[in-house]
Design a protein around this ligand. Structure first.
Ligand code: CA
Length: 231
């Protein structure tokens, strides 16, 4: 399994913690997306594409417990690790009641965070398998379990990054994705925004999934980004 499939959502407004966690996780091969408010956390978390959600209890709008409850109400089973500044039994109990899977007190050592994430990912393994399934647009099929990509009867050989890029489009058919969004999702948040790596990979992906076929699926939307659709 390529590193690009380990996606973590960090819901936290404290920039120091965001930087600390993001840098550390990225170095470990995780792709990290950041939500800086509770509502943004609910929106991103409900996309269901993360293996773990790290959720701070103190957020500018909703608190972490409310975010957790809303995610569970939305049917999201992603393991949630809650962060809090206070180490009280009451905090822990209410956090776990809201549907969190684990709990950590700030300040924490990065190694501990990493160990807890690994445990949660292992525990959540069964559910992740159900989440990652087959995506289809026209005659293009991406299988998240076997990592096979087919266009009609043709098996298409993709690198792990090309696969992650295609998966990103197939999860949101017809939706225009900006370079920045693609960069964040496939390469992680702290990728250099000036890099042309997205364009390079789009060209490579196009060559493999579109060049030999009459109907082109991967389209450029001038001034906005790219989308994948059959129309
Ligand atoms: Ca906070």
């Amino acid at each position: 399994m390529g590193t690009s499939y380990m996606r973590v959502l960090l819901v936290e407004d404290d920039e120091r913690i965001v930087n600390f966690v993001q840098r550390g996780l990225k170095a470990e091969g995780y792709a990290v997306e950041v939500a800086r408010s509770g509502l943004e956390g609910i929106t991103l978390g409900t996309e269901g594409k993360f293996q773990v959600i790290i959720l701070d209890i103190g957020l500018p709008d909703l608190n972490g417990r409310q975010v957790c409850e809303r995610l569970r109400d939305n049917g999201i089973n992603t393991p949630i690790l809650m962060l809090t500044a206070r180490d009280t039994v009451q905090d822990k109990v209410t956090g776990l009641r809201a549907g969190a899977d684990d709990y950590m007190t700030k300040p924490f050592a990065f190694e501990e965070l990493l160990a807890r994430i690994e445990v949660l990912m292992r525990r959540g393994g069964g559910e992740i398998k159900l989440e990652i399934k087959e995506f289809r647009i026209a005659d293009l099929i991406l299988n998240g379990e076997t990592h096979e990509v087919m266009r009609g009867e043709t098996l298409i050989d993709l690198t792990p990054k090309e696969f992650a890029l295609l998966e990103c489009f197939m999860r949101m058919p017809g939706k225009v994705l900006s370079r920045t969004r693609i960069l964040e999702q496939v390469w992680g948040y702290s990728a250099d925004p000036l890099t042309n790596v997205v364009d390079v990979y789009i060209r490579q992906l196009r060559r493999k999934i579109d060049d030999d076929f009459d109907i082109k699926l991967l389209k450029t939307v001038r001034g906005f980004g790219y989308k994948l659709d059959a129309s």
